[in-house]
Design a protein around this ligand. Structure first.
Ligand SMILES: [Zn+2]
Length: 285
């Protein structure tokens, strides 16, 4: 069975890849929402963890192969694998192979933020060294996110792992950007904050069609309600404000929404019920 799902977006092609899966503590994932409520949406395992995918998005534009949030990667210790019940199946290599590509074909990488589950696959172990996976790609990171990620504090050190991005800088493969900018024609980033202070979302635009990749601002369908944010979010109130603004724009402009950790089909549209009271996610396919 095919792993990679494909969609056209104007002149662009969107390819929905996978890079393994992991399980996060349900309390951490649902923040202030009590288990008696969230356990109606998803069934936790025996250790109270909920399953999440890692869903990188590849956008083929006229000139570039743009990989957004490359995913978990495979550099975890036995202890980390146990804590997060990490399974590296299917991997991004398998997905690229399925569509006749390799990591060397990627020329642009963009990250919403630098947490391990989003940029883990940017480096890999080769002959006991940690080396860039996408060695022909320029990696576009937000400058202030970079500063936070190379100086993790007591709270963030469990999510920022330097081995995922410092080797890229050493290899001259990083370009730091500041604020809302165009990366290449049709691909842009917009700062949201919230999940991390300088988190950004990524847009692909072609022929009037818009796809949006939300990173930690909305990571799965179970979080569609405005106050359903993660315990790991650094600024949850900012996320709620940002979601209200982004949901409105997403509905008005009919954005295709791509969800990094959604374990079912990770793309669709945000809709509002007829009475205007509740948001829901209309899956595409
Ligand atoms: Zn994150």
């Amino acid at each position: 069975m095919k792993i990679v799902k494909k969609l056209k977006l104007g002149d662009f092609e969107l390819l929905f890849l996978r890079d393994g899966e992991f399980w996060l503590d349900g309390g951490g994932y649902f923040g202030i929402v009590p288990k008696v409520i969230w356990s109606n949406l998803v069934t936790p395992d025996e250790l109270n963890r909920v399953k999440l995918n890692s869903n990188p998005l590849l956008v083929k534009t006229d000139e570039h192969n743009v990989l957004i949030d490359p995913g978990l990667g495979n550099k975890y210790s036995e202890k980390q694998k146990k804590i997060f019940k990490i399974s590296y199946e299917p991997s991004i290599e398998q997905c690229l192979n399925e569509i006749g590509m390799t990591a060397d074909d990627i020329d642009i990488v963009v990250a919403t933020h630098l947490h391990f589950d989003h940029v883990g696959s940017c480096t890999k172990i080769e002959n006991e060294n940690i080396v860039p996976t996408y060695k022909n790609a320029i990696h576009y990171f937000q400058k202030n996110e970079w500063e936070d990620a190379i100086h993790p504090d007591e709270r963030t050190k469990g999510t920022y792992f330097l081995e995922n991005y410092v080797p890229l800088m050493d290899a001259g493969l990083v370009k730091l950007v500041e604020g809302n900018v165009d990366i290449v024609p049709g691909i842009s980033v917009e700062i949201t904050g919230g999940h991390t202070k300088h988190h950004q979302i990524v847009f692909a635009r072609s022929k009037g069609k818009i796809a949006s990749y939300w990173g930690g601002i909305l990571s799965a369908v179970t979080h569609i309600k405005i106050p359903y944010t993660m315990g790991f979010d650094l600024y949850p109130v900012e996320i709620m404000q940002k979601r209200k603004e982004l949901y409105k724009r997403a509905i008005e402009e009919n954005w295709l929404v791509c969800l990094e950790h959604e374990p079912v089909n990770p793309f669709g549209f945000i809709r509002l019920t007829e009475d205007g009271k509740n948001y829901y996610f209309e899956r595409k396919m």
